[in-house]
Write a protein that binds this ligand. Structure first.
Ligand code: ZN
Length: 69
């Protein structure tokens, strides 16, 4: 899922497992796939433009079995 950071106002990609583990942390910080650490308060912020680095990382992580044709 995407989480918008209140610092850079970009929508970062965060893995479900990261969100689950972040819930048990006192600070409630989650780390995006690009390495950016996001404050949980950003959950209520409106969606910002997608983080280019996150988009690139997620694209690489995708299994390359979805081809046109
Ligand atoms: Zn990012």
């Amino acid at each position: 899922m995407t989480v918008t950071c209140c610092i850079d106002n970009h929508a970062h990609q965060v893995l479900d497992v990261e969100l689950a583990s972040a819930a048990s942390r006192p600070a409630g910080l989650v780390q995006a796939v690009c390495g950016h650490v996001i404050a949980a308060a950003a959950m209520v912020a409106p969606d910002g433009p997608p983080c280019a680095l996150c988009t690139a990382v997620m694209d690489v992580r995708q299994p390359r079995d979805r081809r046109h044709g």
